[in-house]
Design a protein around this ligand. Structure first.
Ligand SMILES: O=c1ccn([C@@H]2O[C@H](COP(=O)(O)O)[C@@H](O)[C@H]2O)c(=O)[nH]1
Length: 280
């Protein structure tokens, strides 16, 4: 999916919500465990109930890898189901890959070609040659970790090197890489106050913003500092939506939670339009 197509979906649905499909067999309703593929059954129910309120789904591959071959199969079935039934939905493999060039090439092929994801998250630590193989894929995005939502982000990402914080170096340096127009960046919602600085370096780029909900990030703050004229945000929430209920009506309750976020997003889009009416 192109960035333009993603923006069109956001405008149409008045939503920039990404729902995280982090399926933990210990947290799903027990009746699903007797199904042939409990992970896929859970995802299908969540997707069918919530797709009208979001523009993207983000399975974190760790939850699938932890289930071995069955997990990988459920992940592929989930992506195929989205493509077949909701082709307007944007998909993110939250896999946080990145390695020496020839290995990254294999990761990129796996997620962006073979599995058919629209994007994949990548760690920047190994630098240019570890990221560029992902950027080669046309109409696909590589989502680079810039400033993550966890406490440990302060261990390295905000440290200074030559007077500049490492996360700023990641943003700045990555702009010089080949096919850098295919980059998006992860910035945690728990670090919303940093978004103004991020926007000075990447004023137009899309940001994947996890951390709203279970991690306590505030949607309003994210929008205040991070929204652009083309929205520029995909805000993710996982546990607060998909595990809002563990009863048999889990999908219905998840949909209600997603709708609340979608309505708040619609208000934020209106607010931005009103505040920037002179510039738009
Ligand atoms: O900085 C980051 C990068 C990735 N994540 C991932 O997003 C979801 C968040 O889940 P919640 O349940 O909404 O907290 C999860 O898959 C993380 O691994 C992140 O949280 N922060």
């Amino acid at each position: 999916m192109t960035t333009q197509e993603l923006v069109e979906q956001i405008r149409k649905k008045q939503s920039f919500l990404c729902i995280g499909l982090d399926v933990d067999l210990k947290k799903i309703p027990t009746y699903l465990l007797s199904e042939e593929d409990p992970i896929f059954s859970f995802n299908k129910a969540i997707i069918d109930a919530t797709h009208q309120f979001c523009v993207a789904y983000k399975p974190n591959t760790a939850f699938y890898e932890a289930c071995g071959l069955k997990g990988w199969e459920a992940l592929q079935k989930t992506i195929d189901y989205l493509h077949d039934n909701y082709p307007e939905i944007y998909t993110i493999a939250d896999a946080k890959r990145g390695d020496i060039g020839n290995t990254s090439k294999m990761y990129a092929k796996t997620f962006l070609k073979d599995m058919g994801f629209d994007s994949v998250t990548v760690a920047p630590y190994m630098g240019k040659d570890s990221v560029e193989p992902f950027l080669e894929f046309e109409d696909k995005h590589t989502i680079l970790l810039a400033l993550t939502s966890n406490e440990g982000a302060f261990d390295f990402q905000t440290l200074k090197s030559d007077e500049t914080e490492i996360y700023k170096k990641v943003l700045e340096t990555s702009k010089s890489w080949e096919n850098s127009e295919n980059l998006m960046y992860v910035v945690g919602a728990t670090k919303a106050e940093y978004l103004a600085e991020v926007r000075k370096i990447v004023p137009e780029s899309f940001l994947l913003v996890p951390g709203v909900g279970a991690q306590g990030g505030k949607l309003e703050d994210v929008c205040k500092y991070g929204m652009t004229k083309d929205v520029g945000l995909l805000v993710n929430s996982s546990r607060k939506i998909i595990y809002a209920s563990t009863n048999n009506n889990f999908a219905e309750v998840a949909a209600a939670k997603a709708e609340i976020l979608q309505q708040q997003m619609a208000e934020e889009l209106e607010k931005f339009k009103f505040e920037h009416s002179n510039e738009l």
